[in-house]
Write a protein that binds this ligand. Structure first.
Ligand code: 13P
Length: 255
């Protein structure tokens, strides 16, 4: 399975900063072939990023999306609004939305279904908090989040899904999970998906790792056959660090 490396810029970059980054990245695209690259800017920078990436194979993602088509939902963004900018992927249930903005499993489920129904590729984020990990609850938390998001969905949609394992304690801390942690989380995702499918055949989702990924450590994740890429925060904010990371990921994965 090919690598997918996504830049999650969170609340960073104005439209002009996003355009400058994307123009520069596009110049370097030929060195990065073989990797599916995704830029997820803030909503306000989507148009500028889309224009700067036009004619390239680099894809555009959104960091969030509401589940309704339109209506009185102040501050929310609909699927059609994102489609118009050529957005193909949507991050769903990022831990900052779950834990800072109060998004619960039910909201994540509605957003995931909406994303799938509108033909977006969702990047479904799951991950345990530090205290949950310390209590030995990692598997329970991941299973709960996965079940809430996926139970009852048509198995056919799973091939269009990316699951990002992002342990909350590893995000923005400089303390990445170990490749062993990422590998066992990926194993758990596959197991839960198999249970949910109850014997029906379907392609498994691709699994990314996220949390303090950089050019020095990415190779230890993408060398694993269970990990198909990364969701990158801090190291995606500069073109140099992001391209170095993609090159290291490619080399370790042998693609
Ligand atoms: P950092 O790479 O900054 O730790 O952020 C990870 C993340 O949350 C990506 O979605």
């Amino acid at each position: 399975m090919g690598l997918i490396i996504a830049a999650n810029w969170k609340m960073h970059k104005t439209a002009s900063e996003a355009a400058a980054f994307c123009r520069e990245l596009k110049q370097r695209e030929k060195d990065l072939r073989g990797v599916e690259i995704l830029i997820c800017p803030p909503f306000t920078a989507l148009a500028a990023a889309a224009a700067a990436l036009d004619g390239s194979g680099i894809k555009l993602g959104a960091q969030n999306m509401f589940w309704e088509e339109q209506g009185a939902y102040t501050g929310e963004i609909s699927p059609a609004m994102l489609k118009e900018f050529g957005v193909s992927h949507v991050i769903i249930g990022h831990s900052e939305r779950r834990h800072i903005l109060g998004e619960d499993d039910a909201a994540v489920r509605r957003k995931l279904e909406t994303a799938l129904n509108h033909g977006f590729t969702p990047l479904l984020c799951i991950g345990e908090r530090e205290e949950e990990r310390n209590r030995g609850e990692t598997s329970d938390v991941l299973e709960r989040q996965l079940r809430a998001a996926l139970e009852g969905l048509n198995p056919g949609v799973l091939k269009d899904l990316v699951v990002a394992y992002e342990p909350v304690w590893a995000i923005g801390t400089g303390r990445a999970a170990s490749p062993t942690d990422a590998d066992s989380a990926a194993g758990l995702v596959r197991q839960v998906v198999e249970k949910l499918l109850a014997g029906e055949s379907a392609s498994a989702p691709r699994i990314q790792y996220g949390g303090s990924v950089n050019a020095s450590n990415i190779g230890s994740f993408t060398a694993l056959s269970s990990i198909s890429g990364a969701l990158v925060g801090g190291a995606s904010l500069e073109v140099d660090s992001f391209t170095a990371l993609i090159l290291a990921a490619k080399e370790a994965a042998g693609c």
